[in-house]
Design a protein around this ligand. Structure first.
Ligand SMILES: [Mg+2]
Ligand SMILES: [Zn+2]
Length: 191
């Protein structure tokens, strides 16, 4: 038997990239996907990428949502996408905050809060991912920095805070897409 080859993955930011950001997402009724998301994720899945969400959720440290409730929201998100034929392979979240936490065990400097690389590194190990063949798609500088630290190519989407992020980029960044659907087409071209 040949040892199975490493897989490529798309690491996806959640808020502003997949989900419309409208206040804190603490209840399912506030979860709204951008309309193009199922088609975009299906495109990426079809060309062989694992789909892994990487999200900072300091709402937990700040006492605004429990981990249990967040897991419930994520299960709902997975089911919603599954109905459209999309399989999310994993969802990683950082519950911490270095300074604004009110719950002691989550109030700390950690290696998982983006731009730190901990969540991507864990996913790379868990799913035997090849970072060089992978992409991170997100709307913030934190996502960009996290991609850099893990050796994954980055595509900035202009949804969420993406337009603001574009203005803050210190150097011209070559991979920019209007939204995740356009990013999925860009991935196919670069693939
Ligand atoms: Mg975001
Ligand atoms: Zn963390």
């Amino acid at each position: 038997m040949i040892k199975s080859a490493k897989s490529p993955a798309i690491f996806l930011d959640r808020d502003g990239t997949i989900i419309k950001e409208k206040g804190d997402l603490t209840v399912i009724s506030r979860l709204k996907l951008y309309h193009h998301i199922p088609a975009a994720l299906k495109n990426l899945q079809k060309i062989g990428y694992k789909l892994i969400i990487i999200t900072n959720q300091s709402l937990i440290a700040r006492g605004l949502i429990s981990e249990k409730k967040l897991n419930y929201i994520h299960l709902y998100l997975k089911k919603l996408l599954a109905k459209k034929g999309v399989r999310i392979n994993g969802i990683y979240y950082c519950p911490h905050h270095p300074t604004k936490g009110v719950i002691k065990r989550y109030s700390k400097v950690c290696n998982c809060r983006k731009p730190e690389p901990g969540m991507v590194q864990k996913a790379v190990r868990d799913f035997n991912i090849d970072p060089k063949r992978s992409f991170f798609i997100g709307d913030s500088l934190r996502d960009l920095e996290c991609a850099r630290k893990t050796g994954v190519r980055f595509i900035l989407v202009l949804t969420g805070v993406g337009k603001k992020t574009l203005k803050e980029l210190s150097q011209k960044h070559s991979f920019i897409a209007g939204n995740l659907l356009k990013a999925s087409k860009l991935v196919r071209e670069l693939n």
